[in-house]
Design a protein around this ligand. Structure first.
Ligand SMILES: NC(=O)c1ccc[n+]([C@@H]2O[C@H](COP(=O)([O-])OP(=O)(O)OC[C@H]3O[C@@H](n4cnc5c(N)ncnc54)[C@H](OP(=O)(O)O)[C@@H]3O)[C@@H](O)[C@H]2O)c1
Length: 312
């Protein structure tokens, strides 16, 4: 099969399209023919090995010292079940699925085998029928991250919720999910993304690059930072100070992404009901994945960036 192999840690051109052995499923695994993958902020950290010093040793122990132990990186897939192991019960050949493999990685390839049930190496669910495979990758990654944090925030109808970094893969999903749970949503993003974010249903939009917009800051029951702790602004600090005394602040970086197929299934139901819709910024073919990495590395993506995996 064709796969994009990460030959060592380094710039995007360490990613090379190669012919590798096709995997076959164990008794409790499914084999997925992948039609689309995503280039995520996590893939950029892994490929570039741009890991903060205090995490350097543990991450290298997990990932591999001079190059990733799993040479095929990529954590998100959407595709079709090609075959199943003899103990598999929930999926059958031909089912359209989407999922996240976490540090199990292996999604920049034509095929991936993974367990049908949740584990540290991934979660899988039936793909929403009304979106493309590429859109499904943004739904899986951004949706899983956003839904986890939205659930932690225990949003009640009428709560005033501020979503900081509303234009990223998880931010675009978080705005829609908070609206779905009945919140009054204020979204914070940059100037060029204000229309996009308004279109997702935000009640108010604040521009983090315009200090004048500080006047629009209200009091909030929940601040959800979907941009991550490394991305800040004066407006972000002012929003944090504007929390109600009982208000809660949650960052997308507070702990690990939980790989739960139950959440993926919930996202599928919401997407099929038309309550939320993933946002896709760009789609690249597999042989231009280095360009996709260059783009995502700039940290400016609007929604998700997908890779189409061509099948022979
Ligand atoms: N906990 C976990 O397991 C986990 C896993 C994966 C990712 N994460 C975190 O999630 C974060 C977001 O990832 P993502 O893929 O959704 O998006 P991303 O690609 O990291 O971010 C892109 C978006 O961030 C916006 N942005 C950049 N600088 C900003 C700033 N100073 N203030 C507000 N917005 C800013 C950009 O809009 P503009 O162009 O308008 O600035 C762009 O739309 C990551 O950076 C990482 O910290 C956590």
């Amino acid at each position: 099969m064709k796969a994009v192999v990460c030959t060592k840690y380094g710039p995007p051109d360490v990613l090379q399209l190669k012919e590798v052995n096709k995997p076959s499923p164990k008794r409790n695994e499914v084999c997925i023919r992948i039609y689309a993958s995503a280039v995520t902020a996590s893939d950029i950290y892994i490929r570039g090995s741009r890991i903060p010093l205090r995490f350097w040793l543990p991450m290298r122990l997990i990932l591999g010292f001079t190059k990733p132990r799993q040479p095929i990186i990529g954590m998100v897939l959407a595709g079709e079940i090609e075959s199943v192991g003899q103990d598999v019960r929930q999926f059958k050949a031909g089912d359209q699925v989407y999922g996240v493999t976490g540090l199990g990685m292996g999604c920049y390839a034509q095929y991936k085998c993974m367990r049908e049930s949740d584990s540290m190496r991934g979660c899988l669910s039936h793909k929403p029928a009304n979106i493309s495979f590429e859109e499904a990758t943004a739904a899986a990654y951004g949706g899983l991250l956003a839904l986890q944090r939205v659930e932690e925030g225990k949003i009640q109808r009428g709560h005033k919720v501020l979503i900081y970094g509303a234009s990223g893969t998880s931010g675009t999903m978080a705005v829609q999910l908070a609206k779905y749970y009945g919140a009054e949503v204020t979204a914070v993003c940059g100037t060029r993304n204000m229309e996009l974010v308004k279109g997702l249903g935000a009640d108010k939009v604040i521009d983090y690059t315009n200090d004048e917009d500080a006047r629009a800051i209200d009091r909030y029951d929940l601040m959800l930072d979907t941009a991550g702790k490394a991305k800040s602004s004066r407006i972000k600090e002012l929003c944090r100070q504007a929390l109600n005394p009982t208000g809660q602040s949650i960052s997308i970086d507070d702990g690990k992404l939980e790989l739960k197929s139950e959440r993926l299934a919930k996202l599928s139901a919401l997407i099929e009901a038309g309550s939320i819709k993933p946002v896709i910024d760009r789609i690249y073919p597999m042989d231009r994945i280095a360009e996709a990495h260059e783009y995502v590395e700039q940290g400016r993506k609007r929604g998700g960036v997908a890779i189409t995996i061509e099948q022979d």
